[in-house]
Design a protein around this ligand. Sequence first.
Ligand SMILES: Cc1cc2nc3c(=O)[nH]c(=O)nc-3n(C[C@H](O)[C@H](O)[C@H](O)COP(=O)(O)OP(=O)(O)OC[C@H]3O[C@@H](n4cnc5c(N)ncnc54)[C@H](O)[C@@H]3O)c2cc1C
Length: 409
Amino acid sequence: MPKVLVLGARFGGLTAAYTLKRLVGKAADIKVINNSRFTYFRPALPHVSVNYMDVEQLKIDLAQALPEKGIQFQEGTVLKIDAKNNKVVYRKPDGSETEEEYDYVIVAIGAHLATELVKGWDQYGYSVCEPEYAVKTRERLMNWQGGNIAIGSGFFYQGHNPAPNVPKNFVPNADAACEGPVFEMSLMLSGYFKKKGVWNKTKITVFSPGEYLSDLSPASRKTVAEIYKSMGIELVHNFKIKEIREHEIVSEDGKTIPSDLTILIPPYTGNPALKNSTPDLVDDGGFIPTDLNMVSIKYDNVYAVGDANSLTVPKLGYLAVQTGRIAAQHLARRLGFNVKIDKYYPTIVCVADNPYENFAIAVKDDTWYGGSVSEAIPSTANHLKKELFTKYFLWTKGDMALEKFLASW
Ligand SMILES: Cc1cc2nc3c(=O)[nH]c(=O)nc-3n(C[C@H](O)[C@H](O)[C@H](O)COP(=O)(O)OP(=O)(O)OC[C@H]3O[C@@H](n4cnc5c(N)ncnc54)[C@H](O)[C@@H]3O)c2cc1C
């Protein structure tokens, strides 16, 4: 029986594993390896930071959820993929190193949040990208009495060479990997601080390493700029953060922004485990270039999905789910199942929520890729949509089977 290893268990890995299982049943031996027994619904971590949800509400126990669906689970940190010899090397929780062979591997270990590239991060940095960051930010925000807050992204160290084997317009150059959470945090802080009575004592500056939200159409960006103006939020473009100090942040070219609290989506680089893998598996940024079926351009039994794949730009859950599903469909077909393979088409689809003010802005935009869809719709229904989406993810234990049919998220 062919053995399939799925590395990583968030949007990309879980979608690939569940979809493949559904399509091939017992015809493949599927094992997921993830560096933690638990996985969390990441799009609601900003909600944790503003004390709207608790991190425990967003948790899935993989050791229970996956075996229930006939998928094996192994907790372990992948150290490298030896693509020439079809092996994955990983460290188990007891510290021992293990090699495991595969017939096929689906790589879904995401990108690396490179906090080490930002001086002062350990002392002054805050974020919402992982559960422990969101909890730490929540403590700080709960005691917030007023002052300057800066919210923004670090630089995206995107790889370019070799390029994925897909249409060029699908993979734009990006300065930031994922600015949706920055937009969402800036909205939800206003609701939270108004409720706490400290909004008029707070000055928020949003910064971007390039043009803010460059993945949206000029019309949508103009709308965002107007929203910020009406809220009194300052917007600073082309601010490549280098250092966080106690009361300011500093860019690579020496500009400063006053900041008593800096909430950062850290710089994104390739995952260290991939940088450590067979060299021609990855591009010059440490991401895996593939074709439109998510098959590595060098090793045809290696698939890459989600943030680990060089073709997903920006790094978006919506694209991770799409690529995870396509990889599973393609592999099922290779295993002899008559499965239709979806066509990859990039679109920015996300919902920026403001739960304390009961609205969210749902964005759908493909203009960055040459398309003509450009929507940014604020409504209470969109806030409810985000809540339902969170519940759906947790109810299915991360199985996004119906995502295709839920319109936009
Ligand atoms: C705060 C925040 C909010 C977001 N909100 C949205 C949103 O609303 N909508 C949207 O579309 N996108 C959103 N995104 C982007 C989205 O979360 C990512 O694009 C998505 O999670 C990528 O999924 P993935 O499975 O490819 O990678 P990841 O989510 O990075 O998952 C990788 C998995 O692999 C594990 N892993 C990593 N390294 C190793 C290793 N060496 N060995 C074993 N396991 C490993 C990780 O623990 C994790 O479980 C948000 C991002 C952030 C940071």
